[in-house]
Design a protein around this ligand. Sequence first.
Ligand SMILES: *[C@@H]1O[C@H](CO)[C@@H](O)[C@H](O)[C@H]1NC(C)=O
Ligand SMILES: *[C@@H]1O[C@H](CO)[C@@H](O)[C@H](O)[C@H]1NC(C)=O
Ligand SMILES: *[C@@H]1O[C@H](CO)[C@@H](O)[C@H](O)[C@H]1NC(C)=O
Ligand SMILES: *[C@@H]1O[C@H](CO)[C@@H](O)[C@H](O)[C@H]1NC(C)=O
Ligand SMILES: *[C@@H]1O[C@H](CO)[C@@H](O)[C@H](O)[C@H]1NC(C)=O
Ligand SMILES: CC(=O)N[C@H]1CO[C@H](CO)[C@@H](O)[C@@H]1O
Length: 509
Amino acid sequence: MATAQMIAIFSLLIFTSHAQDCIPRYYGDGNMVCVCNSTYCDFVEVDVPDKGKFRTYKSSQSGERFKTEIRDFDTEIKNENSIVLHLNVEKTYQSILGFGGAFTDAAGLNINKLSKETQEMILQTYFGSNGSRYSLGRVPIGGTDFSTRPYTLDDTPGDTELSSFSLANEDKNYKIPYMKRALELNPETKFFAASWTAPPWMKTNNDYTGFLGFLKRRYYKTYAKYLVKFLETYKNNELPIYAISTGNEPADVFAPLVPINDMGWTPLTLSNFIVEHLGPAIANSSSNETLIWVLDDQRIFLPWYIIDMNKDNSEVDKYIGGIAVHWYADNVIPPTVFDQTHKLYPDKPIIMTEACSGSEVWEIQKVKMGSWHRGENYMFSIIEDLNHWVTAWVDWNLALDKKGGPNWSKNNVDSPIIVNPETDEFYKNPMYYALAHFSKFIPRESIRVDLTTDDNIKSVAFSTPENTTVVVLFNQDEESKNIVIVDPNQGRINTEVSRRSFQTIIYQQ
Ligand SMILES: *[C@@H]1O[C@H](CO)[C@@H](O)[C@H](O)[C@H]1NC(C)=O
Ligand SMILES: *[C@@H]1O[C@H](CO)[C@@H](O)[C@H](O)[C@H]1NC(C)=O
Ligand SMILES: *[C@@H]1O[C@H](CO)[C@@H](O)[C@H](O)[C@H]1NC(C)=O
Ligand SMILES: *[C@@H]1O[C@H](CO)[C@@H](O)[C@H](O)[C@H]1NC(C)=O
Ligand SMILES: *[C@@H]1O[C@H](CO)[C@@H](O)[C@H](O)[C@H]1NC(C)=O
Ligand SMILES: CC(=O)N[C@H]1CO[C@H](CO)[C@@H](O)[C@@H]1O
């Protein structure tokens, strides 16, 4: 037998016994997607080896996707020039809530255009046990810019009794069915909701979008009732909502020319709204367990927005169940704002509730098929956030079309999954794999543990409820690096992290 054939068969045995390989499609410059259809999608089963061994999963710009290998712990460092990281599972940080994406109208519309079998493949690849194993889903209350029209769930002017409140066709056709399937595939899935705007008739500018649109004081109670109606209606559809945010990006209204659905809050108006209306209305409803997450906006508002809310109304603290943040403009605000926030409010989890590529004005190409660079941006952000007290990282649209839509306000962006209804296929971008390098291996209630850092490699470590240790490594550079992880209980992990690659390591404690 030719050596090449032997190697091929040997690697098949080692690498593919628990996996179905990526079907690659190349776009030049090392950019590549994995192609899935009604009968085929790449998957990997998480398979933790016996004690004393560890497993690595590697994805790289050179084309590997979850390439896996089992290895033995060593007693010594194999390469003198290795970067050595010391693990200490006794020193613990935040507990993880999960990873996920958003059930926007656009996502549902795109998934809906595929055959039933291909739809099922998308949900499996995100929520299934051999897929990314997502455990969080964000759901908009009414429309967002990623809808085909602006709308809310009660667009009848002056309907203070909310007698015209009803779910939209978008809820029925594009959100609820897919959320239900996700919940079946991963029963641990928790959904959280956010409203982009109140119905225009409740607002100072009588519009869905625009500059300085606020909730009119006399509709505070009505709007709280509107939000609770949403929670109760979804609960009646067997989709309980774990948390509700106080509104998507309340600061957008201070920027002129923002074309997306928005409504403004200041720390003062928001804390009064929560204490006098939203908090009591939720507590007095059948959704009384739903948490309230505040902010749902960029890092730049931390920690002062929360400090101001507490100053303005000292009762607000008992209603705040979490602080939601987005990733836009992360490059100008350091993650240390999370450390400050955590120090001031140690019992308030910080949740990263929205991220996407292609949203910046200079990103002319909204969808960039197979972009490894965009996958690296996700990887960088997730590691950075997790190393600064963030408990969850949730992507924006679960799936978009080839133009990065549909959206009614022309705010197209990229997504980890791009659908092609003409061929009944979908394409998994590197962003999909970046997120999956965490979501597959780090279930809810995993605890971040201490791992020393080194400027030449990005790293983060966890101890999971299944008593495994998980380490994620990210090499952004053009040269391969030798890494040693020293676990005082088990020995040394010698591993090579090739140029521009992600690596997840898992083993039994
Ligand atoms: C996951 O993959 C393994 C290995 O191929 C297979 O035995 C198992 O049935 C798969 N699980 C699901 C839920 O598809
Ligand atoms: C789906 O993709 C697989 C792998 O590329 C291929 O073998 C199969 O024929 C495709 N199925 C359909 C229905 O196109
Ligand atoms: C609580 O709910 C009941 C029935 O829905 C309502 O009659 C009552 O006014 C509510 N109380 C408060 C404080 O909102
Ligand atoms: C929450 O509502 C349920 C009924 O929906 C009720 O049984 C329970 O006592 C309520 N909990 C609190 C803390 O009010
Ligand atoms: C993990 O270890 C703890 C402490 O040794 C033990 O109580 C628990 O049952 C273990 N959990 C699992 C899932 O094995
Ligand atoms: C580029 C693009 O996809 N634009 C779409 C934005 O959404 C509107 C409304 O659905 C569509 O008409 C556009 O084609």
